[in-house]
Design a protein. Sequence first.
Length: 80
Amino acid sequence: MRIIPLDLRTANEFVEEYHRHNKKVVTHRFSIGLEKDGELIGVAISSNPVARMLNNGKTLEIRRVCVKEGHANACSKLLA
């Protein structure tokens, strides 16, 4: 498994297809994907914190993490 950079459009398409209940996000700071054997198996989308007091320019909030079923430790890899 390896981490790759993703644009928001690609990350949102993955979330719309594989996430159980959350929809796509509107903005982000950056998104990453997790690839295994050339296949995208997971995404993480980060953004500024929703709480204004935490939006200090140093804090990041993970808004979505989505992984295809059957890939052990994929969420942990994305969050690490």
